[in-house]
Ligand binder design. Structure first.
Ligand code: DC
Length: 225
């Protein structure tokens, strides 16, 4: 059986995970949130009390990590670190910044590359991240670069945090988003950028429903549904 793959890349807060999850559900594909995998490594670095910028130390940690991914009864992707379900812990604010830092380390990216590719070899996937269309799945059937203005992304992120009962203020969230964009786009290895054959979808002025409609339209241009 031939599996299909849809790669969705873009900056933090563009709506990738929500849209990718809904698209996967619509198509009967599995949704792979690759940011969650980087976050799991970041959590391991945090727990080991390592400097996330110390590439040598972080690289040394990787061999001893048991990272697994599974799907709960609700279809949600769950992450396991050395047997422990860390799906909640990796969403902590502190882990976001750390994930952005550790993901700039080449050894971390190499370590996770095959893990990600394996998912696409074994299933039809909607995979989201920063380098899926450019590095992880360069042969993806559909490539989308999903973006929105930083202010729109900050507003959405703020709402998401508030819904989870977390305290946050708009200025801090916006600052954080701009800083992560910088880090993710300017790293020398696998920087965030639109693949040449990716279609751009800017959701600044679209709500979720309109964004999903636009996304499905782009997918339908490339694969028969
Ligand atoms: O999508 P996210 O916010 O959960 O991702 C967390 C960090 O992981 C993000 O700042 C950059 C990094 N990341 C990456 O470098 N490559 C990916 N494919 C996915 C995430």
């Amino acid at each position: 059986m031939e599996f299909k793959s849809i790669a969705i890349d873009g900056p933090a807060g563009a709506g990738k995970s929500t849209l990718a999850r809904q698209l996967a559900e619509k198509l009967g594909f599995i949704y792979v949130d690759t940011g969650a995998i980087y976050r799991t490594v970041a959590l391991a670095v945090l727990r080991a009390e390592m400097d996330p910028k110390d590439a040598g130390q972080v690289a040394g940690l990787l061999g001893g990590l048991d990272i697994r991914m599974d799907y709960g009864p609700d279809g949600e992707q769950r992450m396991f670190l050395n047997g422990e379900d860390v799906s909640g812990a990796i969403r902590e604010h502190q882990v976001s910044g750390l994930a952005s830092q550790v993901s700039a380390i080449p050894a971390v990216r190499d370590f996770l590359l095959d893990f990600q590719r394996r998912q696409a070899r074994e299933h039809s996937v909607v995979m989201d991240g920063r380098d899926i269309g450019t590095v992880v799945l360069p042969e993806a059937d559909v490539k989308i670069f999903l973006t929105a203005a930083p202010e729109a992304r900050a507003k959405r992120r703020l709402l998401e945090l508030q819904q989870r009962g977390q305290q946050a203020d708009y200025e801090a969230v916006l600052r954080d988003i701009i800083q992560r964009d910088e880090q993710d786009a300017n790293r020398p290895i696998a920087p965030l950028r639109q693949a040449e054959d990716a279609r751009l979808l800017d959701t600044t002025r679209l709500n979720l429903e309109q964004s999903l409609e636009a996304l499905v339209r782009l997918v339908k241009e490339k694969i028969e549904l």
